[in-house]
Design a protein around this ligand. Structure first.
Ligand code: ADP
Ligand code: MG
Length: 238
């Protein structure tokens, strides 16, 4: 069970209130995109789900388990950022398997898991390379491989494609969609790119100024935007 429930999440930094009571439910295996302009609170919400930041109030549950009081390592979540944060002196294989190594998974099993993830991401031939000798797209695949081998209940992506050029963005978008279909893992994905949101999501939360303006499937958002802001941001014909 890895449905996600975000219940009345509020967040202030000092006097600045950045999340005003966010409520979102996502079904097991769903793909939620948090979509909105820069500064609307997407990363803050994602970090709260990951446990990297604390809400001022509210509750996060994964499956039927509240995780609000748990540290990140006990939430069984894997996060992929736009900066790949790979270890520069470690091979691709070791980068992918490092989380398993830390957990004490034996080498032979580790190798099998690394191989499986690398093949799924079409980087099986790059396992001995160092990150410096990879392209941006290949690095992003390594970062995804590192997330996959941990078999998380929940994948979190924060603008993972925004450092890539337009062609690679389309390619990696397809890759992420394929991964979701293949693994069936529940995903929360942050972007300010409408096309990414519309092509990847089963559910979109359009955000502005710390509020969710509309929560619906992509088609409903496009055909029946809740207000002028959503219509303008999505570019729907309404
Ligand atoms: P987004 O990811 O949608 O661009 P963020 O969640 O990063 O937005 O930021 C939302 C708001 O919270 C912004 O106004 C930002 O400046 C502010 N903010 C984010 N993190 C902090 C922090 N650690 N301290 C103070 N303000 C912050
Ligand atoms: Mg952000």
């Amino acid at each position: 069970m890895s449905s996600l429930s975000i219940r009345d999440i509020q967040k202030s930094y000092g006097a600045l209130k950045v999340l005003h009571g966010i409520d979102v439910d996502l079904e097991d295996g769903g793909f939620l995109v948090l979509l909105g302009p820069s500064g609307c609170g997407k990363s803050t919400l994602l970090n709260i789900i990951a446990g990297l930041d604390e809400p001022s109030s509210g509750d996060i549950a994964i499956g039927d388990r509240s995780v609000t009081a748990l540290p990140p390592k006990d939430r069984n979540i894997a996060m992929v950022f736009q900066s790949y944060a790979l270890y520069p002196t470690m091979s691709v294989a070791r980068n992918i398997g490092f989380g398993l190594e830390m957990r004490g998974v034996p080498e032979q099993q580790r190798r099998a898991e690394i191989q499986k993830a690398a093949e799924m991401l079409q980087i099986g031939h790059l396992l001995d390379r160092l990150p410096a000798n990879l392209s941006g797209g290949q690095r992003q695949r390594v970062a995804m491989g590192r997330a996959i081998v941990r078999s998380p209940d929940l994948f979190l992506f924060d603008e993972p494609l925004s450092n890539l050029d337009a062609k690679l963005r389309v390619e990696m978008r397809t890759e992420i969609k394929r991964l979701h279909e293949r693994l069936g893992t529940t995903i929360v994905y942050v972007t300010h790119d409408q096309i990414e949101a519309m092509t990847l999501a089963t559910k979109v939360a359009v955000m502005k100024g710390g509020y969710v303006q509309q929560l619906a499937d992509p088609r409903t958002i496009y055909e029946r935007p809740a207000n002028m802001f959503v219509a303008g941001f999505i570019g729907s014909p309404a």
